[in-house]
Ligand binder design. Structure first.
Ligand code: ME8
Length: 509
C-alpha cells in the first residue's frame, strides 16, 4: 500500500484578497506535496477558507454584500490565484460547506455531552479584528496586542472548552514528541505558555450571528477558531468517510504562520485529546514577510499582490524567489530589487545559461542529437556523483522542510555543471576529440534532465520546458524516483531548442 502524506495550509480568512504572505505558505506546501507525490506517497494536500465570524460579516457589510455573497466572491478570487500559481491542492475546504458545519456541530455536541464543553459567563477584552479575547494585562493601552486596534469590554453567556484539564497531558506530549513543534526554536515559548497555566476557552458567541449555530442552543454561534481548526478533520473524512479518515489522519504536518502557532500547538491538540483522536505529527510555524523592511498592511498601502508579481516576472520566478530567499521558518523581506537580483544570478545566469549553452553546443557540433557517452574521466565522475546524488541529498532537507536547502543543493549541481563546461571546454574538443566531446555533452544533458526532475516541485513550468527542450517525449509528471538515476537519457533523440528560460532583466529598470 502506498504510504500517505497529509499536509495542510491554514484556511485563510475571506475578509480580503490574498497577498504574498498567503501565497508563500501555500507555495511551500505545494512544493512538499509535489515532492511527496513524486516520491510515491498518496498525498492529501488541503487548503481552503475560514468564512465565519464578525470580521467577515463586517467586511461584507462594508461592501454592501451578505457574508455569504462576499465569501463566494473572495473564494472565486482565491481559487483563481491558486490556479495561476500552479497550486496542486487535492481539496479546498470552505467552513460554510455542509460537510464542515455538520462536523463542527457533531463535535460540539459530543464534547458537551462528555463534559469538556460547559456553559458559563465570559467577561473580557475582545478584539473584533483578531476574533480573540485578551486579559486586561495583555492590552497595550486598551489596544489589541496583535493588531493595535482598540479592544472592547464584553460580558456574555458563553460555552467554554475545558482547556485547563489538558495542561499536563499537553506538557507530557510535548516532552515525549520532540519533533511535534517545528522549527525547534518555537517550542520553548509554547511550553512556557502552557506551564503558566491554561484557562478554559470561550468557544461560543451570542453577539456574533455569522457563524455555525450551537446545535442545542441557537442563541450561540461557535467561536470562529473552534470552527476553523476542525476543518482539518472535516476534509479528511472524520465522521463522514471512515476509510478516508483512517487512511489520512493524523495529519503529517500543519504548516502555519508563526502568529497562529499557539492555536495549532496548544488549543488544537487539546481539542483532539478531548475527542480522543491522535494528534498531528508536526506543526510547522513559518516566518513572516515584510515588504521593503515594513510590515505589510492595507493602511500602509504596501500589500503585494502575487498576481502582479507573476505578471511581471513569471510564476516560477516568484515561486523560486519565495522558496530560496529565506530559510523556511525565518522571517523574510520582499522587494523587487532582491527578486531581480536572484532572478538574474540564479535563474538567468546559472540555470538558464546552463541549458542554453549545452543545447547550443549539441545543435552546433552534433546535429542536435543526444550523443552516446563513452568512458568516464575524474571530472565526469564528480559531476555524475553530484547529479545522481541529488535525490538522497534533498530528502534530508525535505524531511525538515528546509526548502531553501533543497534549492541550494540543486543549485550546487547547476553551478558545478557550468564549471564543468569551462573545465572541459567542448569548443576545443570539437576538432581534437569527438569521442570526448560526445561524452561531455551527454553528461551535461543528463545533468539537466536530473535537475529538471528536481526542480519540478518548485518550478513546474520551467521543469517542463527544460524537459521538452531536451527532446524527452514521455511526460515529466509520469516520472518515478527510479528515473532520477543517472544514464536514463537515451542517445539518438533530437533536442528541441526553445526560447531562453529566463531572459536577463535590467536591474536598473
Ligand atoms: O489566521 N508573511 O487566516 P489569515 C507570511 N483563518 N505569511 C503570512 C503573512 C505574512 N506577512 N500574512 C499572512 C487565519 N500569512 C485563520 C487561520 S487555520 C485553522 C485558521 C499567512 O487569512 C500565514 O500562513 O489571517 C498566516 O498564518 C496565514 O497567512 C494567516 O491567514
Amino acid at each position: 500500500m502506498a504510504r500517505k502524506f497529509y499536509i495542510t495550509t491554514p484556511i485563510f480568512y475571506v475578509n480580503d484578497l490574498l497577498h504574498i504572505g498567503h501565497a508563500y505558505c501555500t507555495i511551500a506546501c505545494d512544493v512538499v506535496a509535489r515532492f511527496k507525490r513524486w516520491a510515491g506517497y498518496e498525498v492529501l494536500f488541503l487548503t481552503g477558507t475560514d468564512e465565519h465570524g464578525q470580521k467577515i460579516a463586517q467586511a461584507a457589510s462594508l461592501k454592501g454584500k451578505t457574508p455569504q455573497e462576499w465569501a463566494d466572491y473572495i473564494v472565486a478570487q482565491d481559487k483563481k490565484l491558486w490556479e495561476r500559481l500552479n497550486i496542486s491542492h487535492d481539496d479546498f475546504i470552505r467552513t460554510t460547506e455542509d460537510r464542515h458545519e455538520r462536523t463542527v456541530q457533531a463535535i460540539f455536541t459530543r464534547l458537551y455531552k462528555k463534559g469538556d464543553i460547559y456553559k458559563g459567563e465570559y467577561e473580557g477584552w475582545y478584539c473584533t479584528s483578531c476574533e480573540t479575547f485578551y486579559l486586561e494585562s495583555q492590552l497595550n493601552e486598551g489596544r489589541c496586542p496583535e493588531c493595535g486596534k482598540p479592544a472592547e469590554k464584553l460580558k456574555e453567556e458563553s460555552y467554554f472548552f475545558r482547556l485547563s484539564k489538558y495542561q499536563k497531558r499537553l506538557l507530557d506530549y510535548f516532552e515525549q514528541n520532540p519533533e511535534f513543534m517545528q522549527p525547534g526554536f518555537r517550542k520553548a515559548e509554547m511550553v512556557n505558555f502552557v506551564k503558566e497555566g491554561l484557562k478554559d476557552l470561550s468557544v461560543s458567541r451570542t453577539a456574533v450571528k455569522w457563524g455555525i449555530p450551537v446545535p442545542f442552543d441557537d442563541k450561540h454561534t461557535v467561536y470562529v477558531w473552534f470552527d476553523a481548526l476542525i476543518n482539518y478533520l472535516t476534509a479528511c473524512g472524520y465522521l463522514g468517510d471512515k476509510a478516508k479518515f483512517e487512511k489520512f489522519w493524523p495529519a503529517d504536518v500543519h504548516v502555519v504562520g508563526k502568529e497562529i502557532f499557539k492555536f495549532h500547538t496548544v488549543i488544537w491538540p487539546a481539542m483532539l485529546m478531548a475527542l480522543e483522536i491522535p494528534l498531528p505529527r508536526e506543526v510547522f510555524g513559518h516566518g513572516w514577510w515584510t515588504v521593503e523592511g515594513e510590515k505589510m498592511s492595507k493602511s500602509r498601502g504596501n500589500v503585494v499582490d502575487p498576481l502582479e508579481v507573476c505578471e511581471e516576472f513569471g510564476v516560477d520566478a516568484f515561486r523560486y524567489f519565495l522558496m530560496s530567499e529565506v530559510p523556511f521558518g525565518q522571517d523574510g523581506d520582499f522587494s523587487k530589487k532582491a527578486l531581480v537580483r536572484r532572478y538574474n544570478s540564479d535563474l538567468a545566469n546559472n540555470l538558464g545559461n546552463l541549458l542554453s549553452r549545452s543545447l547550443t553546443m549539441v545543435e552546433k557540433y552534433l546535429e542536435g542529437k543526444v550523443p552516446e557517452p563513452e568512458g568516464r574521466e575524474d571530472e565526469d565522475k564528480d559531476l555524475i556523483e553530484k547529479a545522481e546524488g541529488l535525490y538522497q541529498m534533498v530528502l534530508k532537507f525535505y524531511d525538515r522542510l528546509e526548502l531553501n536547502g533543497v534549492l541550494g543543493t540543486i543549485w550546487q549541481t547547476v553551478d558545478y555543471a557550468n564549471r564543468y563546461i569551462e573545465k572541459t571546454a567542448p569548443w576545443k574538443l570539437e576538432k581534437a576529440d569527438r569521442k570526448r566531446l560526445k561524452t561531455v555533452l551527454y553528461n551535461l544533458l543528463e545533468t539537466l534532465r536530473l535537475v529538471a526532475l528536481h526542480i519540478l516541485p518548485f518550478m513546474p513550468q520551467t521543469a517542463e520546458r527544460i524537459w521538452e527542450q531536451l527532446g524527452l517525449e514521455e511526460k515529466i509528471y509520469a516520472q518515478k524516483i527510479e528515473d532520477a538515476r543517472w544514464g536514463r537519457l537515451k542517445p539518438g533523440k533530437k533536442i528541441k531548442i526553445g526560447k531562453p528560460l529566463f531572459p536577463r532583466i535590467n536591474p536598473d529598470l
